[in-house]
Design a protein around this ligand. Structure first.
Ligand SMILES: [Zn+2]
Length: 313
């Protein structure tokens, strides 16, 4: 109640938010996102004035009372689990540019079963928060917390998606000050990242990264039934596991080779890894010079995007 009253009593400060969309977000989704972020900012007395940018970027450098949000698709180089980030000058305590990975926002919204425009609006408001607060810090609760979980989106508690009263007051104060600021002489830039919570599919890779080579695991690859394998390694693009189902394989020896050097086992698609009379390489698995299996049948490589579950047996 008091929050609503405050919002009515204070005059709204205008903030130009330039939206740069290189991901082809449908207008309906943007409309919802602008509305959602607009409500969040209005509650602390800031009125966003939305300006589109050309797809190749904004033409001019943002003015002090402007911020720019780039809406892009994540690439292989984007930090795993990150929904977006804001670059903030921590000396000047101000920022002008933030990036949002809209495909990840969409995936999170879909998993939570809520409108993608709504989630995009929350992310935009969060990044505007960093840019105006001039801080990469996060708070334990509310919109400025660092990690968002699927169940938090589902329960849709209003307090989870609002700035605190103190943050709102600080943002207004800084927004007023920004228009009068002198040029930056020396600066240090830091980035604040907003990430998926442990409900996120990426979390399985963080856990898997700590599995010991040779661990018995159950793997589910999109559309298939769970199968039992032995963990070799996981990197940023693929999961490598051993399939020891083929009859006649020297299982214990293959496992020991994996435990001794998982990276070598994972690299057998290009380099031969030998242990006594056992040879594993691009042309297959050989025991005493006799081929017992094709390499791909034993050393399986699954792109991370195709793996839907991985658990310790
Ligand atoms: Zn953040």
């Amino acid at each position: 109640m008091s929050l609503i009253l405050t919002a009515v009593l204070i005059a709204k400060l205008p903030l130009v938010v330039r939206l740069y969309d290189s991901a082809g977000v449908p207008p309906r989704v943007f409309e919802h996102a602008r509305q959602s972020a607009g409500v969040t900012l209005a509650a602390i007395g800031i009125e966003p004035i939305w300006r589109p940018c050309h797809v190749k970027g904004c033409v001019s450098t943002p003015k002090p009372h402007e911020v720019e949000i780039r809406v892009v698709k994540a690439t292989a180089l984007s930090e795993r689990g990150s929904l977006g980030f804001a670059a903030v000058d921590v000396v000047e305590r101000a920022g002008t540019l933030a990036t949002v990975y809209v495909d990840r926002v969409d995936a999170l919204a879909m998993e939570a079963g809520i409108d993608r425009g709504e989630v995009l609006g929350h992310v935009i408001a969060h990044e505007v928060g960093h840019l105006i607060l001039g801080s990469v810090d996060h708070s334990p609760h509310g919109l400025m917390r660092a990690t968002w979980k699927v169940d938090e989106l589902r329960r849709n508690l209003p307090l989870d998606w609002k700035f605190s009263g103190a943050q709102g007051a600080e943002m207004r104060r800084r927004l007023v000050a920004r228009s009068e600021e002198t040029p930056v002489v020396e600066s240090i830039t830091a980035e604040a990242r907003l990430i998926f919570g442990p409900d996120d599919p990426d979390a399985i890779w963080k856990r898997a990264g700590r599995f010991d080579p040779g661990t018995r695991v159950t793997v589910t690859v999109a559309g298939g039934a769970p199968v039992e394998r032995y963990f070799v390694l996981v990197d940023s693009v693929e999961l490598v596991v051993l399939n020891l189902d083929t009859p006649g394989l020297p299982k214990r020896q293959l496992l020991n080779m994996t435990i001794d050097n998982a990276a070598w086992m994972a690299a057998t698609y290009r380099t031969i890894y030998k242990d006594n009379n056992l040879r594993v390489g691009p042309d297959g698995v050989f025991v005493k010079g006799r081929k017992v299996a094709d390499l791909g049948v034993v050393v399986e490589r699954h792109p991370l995007s195709t793996v839907t579950a991985l658990t310790k047996k």
